[in-house]
Design a protein around this ligand. Sequence first.
Ligand SMILES: [Fe+2]
Ligand SMILES: [Fe+2]
Length: 265
Amino acid sequence: MNILLFGDVVGKPGRIALKKAVPELRKKHGVDFVIANVENLAHGFGITPDTIQELRDAEVDFFTSGNHVWKNEKGAQLLQANPRNILRPANYPADRPGRGWSSVIVGGTALCIINLMGQVFMPDEKNITSPFTAFDELYAAHGKDAITIVDLHAEATGEKRAFGWYVDGRASVVVGTHTHVQTADEQILTQGTAYISDLGMTGATDSSLGMNKELVIKKVAQGLDISLEPPENPREVVASGVLVSINTTTKRAENICRIDQKVVL
Ligand SMILES: [Fe+2]
Ligand SMILES: [Fe+2]
């Protein structure tokens, strides 16, 4: 089974990147299932029904997220209905809208997809429980007989790599998201888990983490209190992620390959 996973999709440039890249990649690599992290989908913050539909039209099947997912009111309402194909991290308090894991059948094979949040360097995120313990519980209840895929939305590479080794041989795939910078440490861990510390950012190339670079300079270099947004007319966009091949009998990953597909507009 071949699965494509994309890192944080930022605003319209990110949606354009997937529209251009995904149908072609699906065909080229015989892809069975596509997952994207959508916490920044709607103008950089959260999701909306329309922007999720745009990605469905771009042949993306499933959506994970992170700390920003509730920032758009329309998206928070969408999560309130507990859609089965849009996740929020499971280890937030239960009163946050949305679900943290889901099962789907792809070509007769069960996938268990789990979304988790890291605890290290996350001072604004309160009451997050251990992603390690949350994984143990969800895997025991739902993942044992499935191909288990984890999006660990976290800042620290050390925490993410520790998590990868902790679940090696149980999860078939562990991908990190949240930093918006793709790491070059993709590997198949010793017990068969495909791992990368961060998938990277899907959005405008000439940006800072997907946001308008002039605004970022004002905010970071000049200390101005302004809100960030994606650039309006990017010259180029990039779809960042990985392509993973999994043996559906052994549930072991057999290959992981980074995707860094740039599209000039
Ligand atoms: Fe993000
Ligand atoms: Fe995030």
